[in-house]
Ligand binder design. Structure first.
Ligand code: NAD
Length: 479
């Protein structure tokens, strides 16, 4: 399968195609992706700019209607898309199917909030009136990572287009195929140039972020890359929106029912083999429950069956790419020289294929020091530290002692107490007795982080704030 660039609703071939290998069976080639150059970025941004001059005048009702059509198209293509995405990014097929459904739901959610979010404000007195209008910005650069590529792409696409902007996407080289195919299908619904796609890595990313016609960079990815993006934006004082990594803490309070809570925690830790931004990345347990909690976590974690992402028996897939795989293995090696204990669990489903993919077994780390690297870093993989604490004050202090601030969770049968602690946590989001949004939360919770976990928000009405300019008009009435 050959995936080309998309500019002005036309597929563009390039001189270079990168081979995409299946991270769960490296000897399998999934397809080839056209790699763009600065000249393609130039063409794509120009096309998006031309399209913007017309698209901004299309009525809001019509823009919403077309985005709703896009959501339907996405779901109609779900089964073929899911297979391609799973093959290229290593996520379990069921997870990817669910992801496409969530991505379509996300489009519908923001579409339903658009009228009120984009409404102008009008105030009048005897001498004048003031109108505060929300206008589109222009061409947006949408840069996305590999771990949940469809959700993360559509979370940008819908508010960007509904607000009247156009977009040039740069998918991750580790998950470009599915996103690109989906965007091509969806782009047919819109006028040419409204959606464009250029593939590549840092060079294409930087050609895009420095292009003078890009009015906003909407970036989801790692903090180090975000610093390059911010620097690139600085030269032209461009607006940026950053959705970055986290080191989300789960705080277990002493009154929990462990049988009820531990399965939910394990799932929030190891879903996508730990490769999602608001996965639980450290667990704080009261000292009197510590041993029991760790034992239960180990029993449950040992039930994971690790195998190829399309194997129906597997409930734990590979790591997405070599760099991430090596990072986690290096981290594991460094933990070996600390006082913490590592317990490797789970069953290898296809031992003969183990070295032909980026496979890791899930690991529980017990008795780490609060300052150990595994507690302080964003591991972004299947390895989780469990830390013991004595008092609420101590746990709140430890949880907040980080430069990350994406999500967090509190687990307790006492909802009032959990809420009180939630309000002490420095994070963009806190979940109580769950780790992730309910369907209500997915629609109404602004998604994003504080400190070095991000700038700005996705989802909810606030998603639109990222992609509008305010134009204030004051009319002086004549006497
Ligand atoms: P990454 O930062 O390596 O890459 C993200 C994207 O940036 C890719 O498309 C990449 O090609 C592009 N890129 C690389 N260099 C660039 C440059 N100089 N200029 C512009 N673009 C450039 O991240 P990744 O490994 O793909 O994803 C994992 C990270 O993403 C983790 O830290 C994770 O927590 C974070 N993430 C955050 C969220 C969120 O919503 N907060 C969601 C998912 C993932």
């Amino acid at each position: 399968m050959k995936i080309n660039l998309l500019i002005n609703n036309v597929e563009i071939e390039t001189e270079n195609y990168s081979e995409v290998n299946d991270p769960g069976r490296l000897t399998d080639v999934v397809g080839h992706v056209a790699i763009g150059k600065a000249q393609h970025v130039e063409q794509a941004v120009k096309a998006a700019h031309e399209a913007f001059l017309l698209w901004r005048n299309v009525s809001l009702t019509e823009r919403i209607r077309l985005c709703l059509k896009a959501a339907d198209r996405l779901e109609a293509e779900s089964s073929s898309l899911a297979k391609i995405i799973s093959k290229e990014n290593g996520m379990l097929l069921e997870t990817t199917k669910a992801e496409i459904h969530v991505a379509a739901t996300g489009i519908r959610n923001v579409a339903s909030l658009a009228e009120s979010a984009l409404k102008s404000e009008y105030i009048e007195d005897g001498m004048s009136w003031v109108q505060v209008e929300k206008r589109p910005m222009g061409v947006i650069a949408g840069i996305v990572p590999w771990n949940a590529p469809m959700i993360l792409t559509m979370q940008k696409l819908a508010p960007v287009l509904i607000a009247g902007n156009t977009i040039v996407f740069k998918p991750s080289p580790f998950a470009a195929m599915g996103v690109s195919i989906a965007l091509k299908k969806i782009s047919e619904i819109f006028p040419p140039g409204v959606i464009n796609v250029v593939h590549g890595d840092a060079d294409v990313g930087s050609a895009l972020t420095t292009h003078p016609l890009i009015r906003k960079i909407s970036f989801t990815g790692g903090g180090e890359t975000a610093k390059h993006v911010m620097k690139a934006a600085a030269d032209a004082l461009k607006s940026i929106h950053l959705e970055l990594g986290g080191n989300d803490a789960a705080i277990i309070l002493h009154d929990v029912d462990l049988d009820e809570v531990v399965p939910k925690i394990a799932s929030a830790v190891f879903r996508r083999s730990g490769q999602y931004c608001y996965a639980i990345k450290r667990i704080y347990v009261p000292s009197n429950l510590y041993k029991q909690f760790c034992e239960k976590m180990c029993v449950l974690t040992d039930e994971y069956k690790i195998g190829h992402q399309l194997n129906k028996e597997a409930n734990f897939g590979p790591i997405n790419n070599k760099r991430q795989f090596e990072n986690i293995k290096d981290l594991i090696n460094r933990i070996k020289s600390s006082n913490a204990k590592m317990i490797e669990l789970g069953k290898k489903l296809e031992p003969e294929n183990w070295d032909n993919g980026y496979y890791l077994r899930p690991i529980i780390v017990t008795n780490p020091e609060p300052d150990d690297e595994i507690v302080r870093c964003e591991q972004f993989g299947p390895i989780i530290p469990i830390i013991s604490y004595e008092s609420e004050e101590e746990v709140i202090r430890m949880v907040n002692d980080t430069e990350y601030g994406l999500g967090s969770s509190i687990w307790s049968t006492d909802e009032e107490k959990a809420l009180k602690i939630a309000r002490e946590i420095e994070a963009g989001m806190t979940f109580i007795n769950g780790a992730g949004q309910t369907s209500l939360g997915y629609k109404y919770m602004p998604f994003g982080g504080i400190k070095q976990s991000g700038i700005g928000r996705e989802n909810s009405k606030m998603a639109f704030d990222e992609y509008i300019e305010i134009h204030a008009i004051n009319l002086h009435k004549r006497e």
